[in-house]
Design a protein around this ligand. Structure first.
Ligand code: SF4
Length: 910
C-alpha cells in the first residue's frame, strides 16, 4: 500500500511515499511522491533515509523522566499521564499567577504552519522562541526592509541568470525543489553565478564561481549595481513606479525638486565609490571576473533569479546588507514578480486559515525580544543563557522541540550551565525523536514521531505557485483504509511514540480542566460539545473551508477533502501567479480613502482581524486608525508591498528613525572578520556551511547518511598548510577568542588562501552511558574548573556505535573520525541591527599538541561573557531610539505578534 506523507528532515517539506507492507503494516521504504507540486517525486538522500530513523532499534520509544540530578544520565520510564499532569499543573499555576512570560517553547525546525503558535496564543503566552537568529535572520532582514516580506522565492525554472550566494544546489533552504529547477534552467542555457568562499558542489555547476574574501559580498553587489546604473540599463519604469524615491527625496533632500530625474542624479552619485576596483580589492578577486559577472547580471533583464539564505548573511557583522544589496539588483532590473525573476515568499507560500479561535498575547517577553534589539528579525534565542545569568528573568517550564541548543548555538557550555540550574529553568521537557546533547539535560524526554508518524500541514515557496502539503502518520492512514477506527496516533506508532499535535491539544485541555482560564473553549470539538477537538476535525475544518479548489477536487474523486489530502499528501493551490503588487485596488476597499504625501493610500477604518486567519505581512496603520489599502501609482491605486510606503523601500525610514540613519540605504558594512580587524596570524574561519547529506543533529540515527558523511575536517589551502607546517589529515588546534578545538586538516584548493572552513554538522558527543545510535558520536567527558570547561573524548572510543548499538549494521562501521563540535568554542556575536549571530570566527590554526585528541574542546566562559558584553554594547536600545515610545516597529514581522498595547515600552510588565 502506498501512503503519502511529507519528509521532515529539512524544511523543504518534500513529498514522500511510504511503501507499507499490507501483512505486517510496517513501512518498507520511502520514495518520492510524484503528486507533490514542490518536489515532483524527487528527494535528496535524507528523504529515503527516513527509513533508518523509523527502524532505528535504539530510538526513544517511551517517555522518560530523569532519576538523578539533571545531566546525570539516569532515567526512568513514565506514562504520558504523569507527564501531561505534571506539565499542566505547572503551566496552570504560572498562568493563574500571571507568570505567562515564564512559559517558553523553543523550536528549531517548525515543519508546520503555525499549529503550535496557536497553542501558545490560546494559553496567552508570548513564549515562542526559535533558532532563526543563528540561521537566517541576516538573510531575511535584507529582504524584509525592501519588500515587507522576508524571503525570496525565485522563479529559477524560467530565469536567464541565476545568482546564488550559497551552496544552494546541495544544501540551501528548499534546496531539492530549487535545485531541480535550477538545473532545468541550466539545461535551457541559463547562466549560473555562485558567490561562495568554498568550492561547494554548487560551484561545480556554475559558469562563474566567485570566491571572495568573506564579508565583502555586499561590496561586490554594490559594484554591480553601480555598473547597471552607470550603463543606464536599469528598468527605469520599474524604479520610477515602485521604489520609494519620493520619500527619500522629500526627507533627505527637501530643498531639491522631488522629481524622478532628480532622484536618478542622486542614485548615480550615491554609489560612485563602489567601483570594480574597490569591490575587487575588498573581495580579493580579479577586476576582470567582476566585470564579466556584472555584464552577465546587467543583461539578465527581468529574468534574474537570486538566492541568499545563511552563508555570508549569517557569517558577518552587517551580513543583512548582503541580501539587501543582492535584492537591489532585482529591484534595479525590475525582476520582481516577473517570469524568471523573484517573488516575495508570502505570494508563493499558502498558509490557510485555521479553526482554533485564538488571539494575540497581551504581554511582551523580554527574554526573547529584549529592548536592546528593537529591529532584531527574530528572537534573541542564543543569548538566553546570558539573560538568565544576568537575572533578567527565569523560566518555569521550558519546551525544546526539534532543537538542540547545547549543540546548535555558539558556546554550548553556557547552555549546559543554564539547563543544569533549576533556579533558572524550573522544568525542561525535550520533545524529540532521538537523543541529543540537550535532551541529556532535560527533566522529561518525550518521544515524538518522525515524518511518517505525525500530522502537520506545510507549504513552502519552492517556485511560482502555491501548494499545501499534508504530513500524516502512514500506519494510521493505512489502517483506516483497511477499515479500522484510529483515535490516537499512539495506537499505531512504535512503543509510546506520540505526535505533537495530539500532545499539545491534550496538554491544553488539561491545563484548564474547568474552563476557568478561558483556554479550554479553544479546543472544544465542534461536533461533540464537552469533548476535545480531534485531529480529523481540526484538519477536516481547514480542508473543508480554507483551501481554494480543494472541495471541488475532492468531489471529483468522490471523497471528502480530508480523504483527498490523505490520498495524495497535498494539493496544488495555484500555479504561475502574476505580479500581485500591480493588482488594481477598487470598490469597497477604497471607502473613505486618504492618500498621504508619498502616495500611500489608506481607508477609513481597519476591519477586525479574523482571529483564526493565518498571519499575513502587514504594515502598520497610519496612526489615525486607518488601514493601508494600496499605493497610488500613475493615478491608479495598486496593491503594492506591505511596507510602510507600500513601495519597495530603497530608503528605509524605519532604519533611520530607529537609530541607524547610516544604514537607511543599502550599503556595505565591514565585517568583524575584515582584514583590518584581524590580529597578526589570524584567519577567518567559515562555519556556516552544511553537509548535503546531514540534517544538523537530527540525522544521528540515519545510518546510511552517517556512512556518506561522518566527519568535518578543517579545510585549509595548500599554501597556508605549507606556511603553517600542516600536512593532510594532521591534527590541528584551532584557537578562537574563547578557547580552542582540535580537528583534522583537509588540505584542499577548494578554499581560498587565507581562509579556513569547517562544516557545522559533525562532532556529536555523549557521555559514558550513551543512549541512541552512535555511529557518528564521540564518547566524552565534560568537566569544569571554575569558568574553564573542557570536553574530552575518551581514548580509543570513537565512534561509539560498534560497541553500543543494538543495530547489527553498526558493527560494520568502518570509519574512525567523527569530527568536532566546533560551535562549543565560539562566542556569541549578535549583529546589533538584525540580531543574527555572526558565525565567522577570527582564528589561529597550528599543528596540535601531541596529547590533543580530535574532538577535544576547551573554553573559558569568562571570556565568552566578555565577548557577549562587547557585542551588546554595539546596540541602540529601544528605550533611547524609539521614535514613538514602542519597543519595535509594529510593521516588522514577528513570530506570535503580541497585541499592539504590549508594544508600548512602559507596558513591559508580564
Ligand atoms: S530536501 Fe531532502 S531532507 Fe529536505 S524535505 Fe526534501 S527530501 Fe527531505
Amino acid at each position: 500500500m502506498l501512503v503519502p506523507t511529507l519528509c521532515f528532515n529539512c524544511e523543504s517539506a518534500c513529498g514522500l511515499l511510504a511503501y507499507v507492507d499490507k501483512s505486517s503494516l510496517e513501512v518498507r521504504k520511502f520514495e518520492g511522491n510524484p503528486e507533490h507540486a514542490g518536489s515532483r517525486g524527487r528527494n535528496c538522500a535524507k528523504g529515503p533515509a527516513t527509513i533508518n530513523q523509523v527502524t532505528d532499534p535504539d530510538r526513544i520509544l517511551y517517555p522518560l523522566k530523569r532519576a538523578g540530578k539533571r545531566g546525570e544520565g539516569r532515567w526512568e520510564r513514565v506514562g504520558w499521564d504523569e507527564v501531561l499532569d505534571t506539565l499542566a499543573e505547572r503551566i496552570r499555576k504560572a498562568l493563574q499567577e500571571k507568570r505567562n512570560g515564564e512559559i517558553m517553547y523553543h523550536v528549531g525546525r517548525p515543519g508546520e504552519e503555525g499549529f503550535t503558535e496557536d497553542i501558545l496564543k490560546a494559553w496567552g503566552v508570548d513564549g515562542h522562541n526559535s533558532h532563526t537568529n543563528i540561521c537566517s535572520s541576516g538573510g531575511r532582514a535584507g529582504f524584509h526592509y525592501w519588500m515587507g516580506m522576508d524571503r525570496p522565492s525565485a522563479d529559477f525554472s524560467n530565469a536567464d541568470v541565476i545568482l546564488l550566494v550559497s551552496s544552494h544546489l546541495e544544501s540551501g533552504h528548499y534546496f531539492n525543489p530549487h535545485a531541480q529547477r535550477i538545473i532545468e534552467a541550466k539545461k535551457r542555457g541559463a547562466k549560473i553565478i555562485v558567490v561562495d568562499v568554498r568550492m561547494s558542489n554548487t560551484t561545480t555547476h556554475a559558469d562563474e564561481w566567485v570566491s571572495p574574501y568573506p564579508g565583502s559580498e555586499a561590496a561586490i553587489f554594490l559594484s554591480i549595481a553601480r555598473h547597471i546604473i552607470k550603463k543606464g540599463v536599469y528598468n527605469r519604469q520599474f524604479v520610477r513606479r515602485w521604489w520609494n524615491w519620493h520619500e527619500y527625496m522629500r526627507l533627505e533632500h527637501p530643498r531639491e525638486p522631488a522629481t524622478f530625474e532628480a532622484f536618478e542624479e542622486k542614485l548615480a552619485s550615491l554609489y560612485e565609490d563602489y567601483t570594480f576596483e574597490f569591490a575587487a580589492g575588498e573581495a580579493d578577486i580579479s577586476v576582470k571576473q567582476l566585470e564579466a559577472v556584472a555584464d552577465i547580471v546587467a543583461r539578465a533583464g527581468t529574468r534574474l533569479a537570486i538566492h541568499s539564505w545563511r552563508s555570508a548573511a549569517a557569517g558577518n557583522l552587517g551580513g543583512w546588507q548582503v541580501s539587501r544589496t543582492l535584492f537591489m539588483l532585482n529591484a534595479l532590473l525590475g525582476a520582481v514578480g516577473t517570469e524568471g525573476g523573484l517573488f516575495p515568499n508570502a505570494w508563493n507560500k499558502f498558509s490557510p486559515e485555521k479553526p482554533l479561535k485564538t488571539s494575540s498575547p497581551e504581554h511582551w517577553n523580554e527574554l526573547t525580544f529584549p529592548a536592546e534589539y528593537p529591529l532584531g528579525m527574530n528572537e534573541m534565542s542564543y543569548l538566553l543563557p546570558y539573560f538568565l545569568k544576568e537575572g533578567r528573568g527565569s523560566i518555569d517550564t521550558y519546551f525544546t522541540r526539534v532543537y538542540n541548543p547545547v549543540w546548535a548555538n555558539p558556546c554550548g557550555f553556557d547552555w549546559v550551565e543554564a539547563l543544569r540550574d533549576e533556579g533558572r529553568i524550573g522544568l525542561h521537557a525535550a520533545l524529540t525523536p532521538t537523543w541529543n546533547e540537550t535532551a541529556y539535560f532535560a527533566d522529561f524526554v518525550l518521544p515524538m514521531g518522525l515524518s511518517s508518524e505525525r500530522h502537520d500541514m506545510q507549504s513552502q515557496e519552492t517556485h511560482n505557485g502555491q501548494w499545501l502539503g499534508f504530513r500524516q502518520p502512514v500506519r494510521r492512514a493505512a489502517r483506516v483504509r483497511m477499515g479500522e477506527t484510529i483515535t490516537d496516533t499512539r495506537q499505531v506508532n512504535p512503543g509510546e511514540v506520540w505526535e505533537e499535535n495530539e500532545f499539545w491539544l491534550e496538554l491544553s485541555w488539561r491545563i484548564d480542566p474547568d474552563g476557568s482560564l478561558g483556554i479550554r473553549r479553544h479546543f472544544e470539538s465542534p461536533n461533540n460539545p464537552g469533548q476535545r477537538i480531534s485531529l480529523d476535525e481540526y484538519y477536516g475544518w481547514i480542508f473543508d473551508n480554507a483551501v481554494p479548489g480543494l472541495v471541488e477536487k475532492a468531489r471529483s474523486e468522490d471523497c471528502s477533502p480530508l480523504e483527498y489530502m490523505r490520498r495524495y499528501g497535498g494539493v496544488q493551490v495555484s500555479e504561475g501567479l502574476p505580479a500581485l503588487h500591480e493588482s488594481t485596488v477598487g470598490g469597497d476597499e477604497l471607502e473613505g480613502t486618504h492618500v498621504n504625501e508619498d502616495g500611500r493610500v489608506y481607508t477609513r477604518a481597519a476591519p477586525a482581524p479574523s482571529p483564526n486567519k493565518a498571519p499575513q505581512p502587514s504594515p502598520e496603520h497610519d496612526g489615525e486608525g486607518r488601514r493601508p489599502a494600496g499605493v497610488e501609482i500613475d493615478g491608479e491605486i495598486k496593491k503594492g508591498f506591505p511596507t510602510p510606503s507600500g513601495r519597495l523601500e530603497f530608503y528605509s525610514r524605519t532604519l533611520k528613525e530607529w537609530g541607524w540613519p547610516e544604514y537607511a540605504l543599502p550599503t556595505y558594512i565591514k565585517s568583524h572578520v575584515h582584514r583590518q580587524r584581524l590580529d597578526e596570524g589570524q584567519m577567518p574561519l567559515i562555519a556556516t556551511f552544511r553537509l548535503p547529506t546531514q540534517i544538523h543533529t537530527r540525522s544521528a540515527n540515519a545510518k546510511w547518511l552517517s556512512e556518506l558523511a561522518h566527519n568535518n575536517p578543517v579545510w585549509i589551502h595548500p599554501r597556508d598548510a605549507a606556511r603553517l607546517g600542516i600536512a593532510e589529515a594532521q591534527r590541528v588546534r584551532v584557537e578562537t577568542e574563547i578557547g580552542y578545538f582540535v580537528g583534522e586538516a583537509w588540505v584542499t584548493e577548494g578554499i581560498r588562501p587565507g581562509v579556513v572552513a569547517c562544516s557545522h554538522h559533525m562532532g556529536r558527543w555523549q557521555f559514558s552511558s550513551p543512549n541512541g545510535q552512535s555511529q557518528a558520536v564521540l564518547e566524552t567527558t565534560l568537566s569544569r574548573d571554575g569558568e574553564n570547561w573542557s570536553l574530552d573524548p575518551s581514548p580509543g572510543e570513537q565512534p561509539l556505535a560498534p560497541r553500543n548499538s543494538a543495530d547489527p549494521d553498526c558493527k560494520r562501521v568502518w570509519w574512525t573520525a567523527v569530527g568536532v563540535h566546533q560551535n562549543l568554542a565560539f562566542s556569541v556575536h549578535p549583529d546589533p541591527v538584525s540580531g543574527q549571530h555572526c558565525w565567522h570566527q577570527a582564528v589561529r590554526i597550528r599543528p596540535a599538541d601531541p596529547a590533543d585528541m580530535p574532538g577535544q574542546i576547551h573554553v573559558d566562559t569568562a571570556k565568552a561573557d566578555a565577548v557577549y558584553r562587547q557585542w551588546l554594547s554595539l546596540t541602540r536600545a529601544a528605550s533611547s531610539v524609539s521614535p514613538d515610545g514602542t519597543r519595535r516597529p509594529y510593521w516588522l514581522l514577528r513570530p506570535l505578534k503580541p497585541t499592539k498595547a504590549a508594544y508600548r515600552l512602559q507596558e513591559s510588565g508580564q
